[in-house]
Design a protein around this ligand. Structure first.
Ligand SMILES: [Zn+2]
Length: 307
């Protein structure tokens, strides 16, 4: 710890500020011994607070190099990266202000912005330079944390993000409005309402079948979209069948409720690419409604209660 304190002292003396090494060491010890802050992070934090106290602009030990997202390979590393925010989820936590997904040409990483960081909000589809963020590793995946020492710099440039295949396993918890039989504008393929396209006015719509749903893996909900082919395969409801129901019941929502009956509350593994807020499903597998792990867990609990 003394060594690290000396390093900090050295950096500050380069900037023409002389700080007693004992003062630095004491601050480090408080963070490391009392609050179990990793030494690396403590170093940065102490350097930052001393920089503020002594009016030194430059923060000690902060790397200026940019890291590619795919190169993140260790937790608790301070990195700078440029990326485009592709998704933001609402945070249910009192201490987290935003959770989302940011991507660059090499890949994607989940980010977490602490409330205590007191940073501006990130927006979907916008590009940023994120400075001094900390990598983390949990359940087989890396993430980055934006804390009080981090900086968010909005960029004008557009960053081309990698297409990313993701796999989600979970229960379908919602089948949303706009699922079932829809009509699209023959020119722009947008969904039309009452025969009117926003762009092309009154058009002869073309029927299509799709599902907008939400899958929940117990960690985070994900919006998913099934196209006509996958919807037919998933539900066994063909577009012809759907049209027939609509003719018969004179109500397009009948298709949505038939779809919901077949998939709501059931477990699936879905695979596809993330585009904007949606995972576009390219393939899926239906799982047994009751998962083996859940059964095992219940049995174990029962045994524990009896013993
Ligand atoms: Zn149109």
């Amino acid at each position: 710890m003394r060594e690290v304190a000396e390093e900090i002292k050295e950096e500050f003396s380069k900037a023409g500020v002389d700080i007693p090494v004992d003062e630095i060491e004491e601050k480090l010890r408080t963070l490391v011994d009392k609050y179990y802050v990793p030494l690396d992070e403590a170093k940065r934090s102490v350097a930052n607070s001393l920089a503020k106290k002594y009016g030194v602009a430059k923060v000690v030990g902060v790397s200026e190099t940019l890291e590619k997202i795919a190169d993140i390979d260790a937790p608790k590393k301070w990195v700078n990266l440029k990326g485009k925010v592709v998704q933001i989820w609402k945070s249910e936590s009192d201490v987290i202000s935003q959770v989302g997904l940011i991507g660059d040409e090499s890949g994607f990483v989940r980010f977490v912005k602490w409330k205590s960081a007191d940073l501006p909000d990130l927006e979907e589809e916008k590009c940023y330079l994120l400075k001094n963020v900390v990598t983390d590793y949990w359940q087989g995946q890396y993430s980055i944390k934006l804390n009080r020492n981090s900086e968010i710099i909005p960029l004008e440039e557009d960053i081309e993000v990698a297409s990313q295949e993701v796999v989600k396993e979970g229960a379908i918890v919602s089948v949303q409005q706009g699922s079932g039989l829809i009509k699209r504008c023959p020119m722009c393929k947008r969904v039309i309402v009452k025969g009117i396209c926003n762009e092309h006015g009154k058009v002869e719509g073309v029927y299509d079948l799709r599902i907008k749903a939400v899958i929940d893996d117990g960690k985070s909900p994900q919006d998913i979209l099934f196209n006509k082919e996958i919807t037919e395969e998933l539900t066994g409801i063909s577009i012809e069948q759907a049209k027939e129901w609509v003719r018969e019941y004179l109500d397009p929502s009948v298709v949505q409720s038939e779809i919901a009956k077949k998939i709501l509350g059931r477990y699936f593994v879905v695979k596809g690419n993330i585009v904007g807020q949606y995972l576009l499903v390219e393939s899926f597998e239906q799982l047994k409604d009751v998962r083996e792990e859940d059964v095992q867990e219940a049995l174990q609990k029962a045994e524990e209660m009896l013993s």
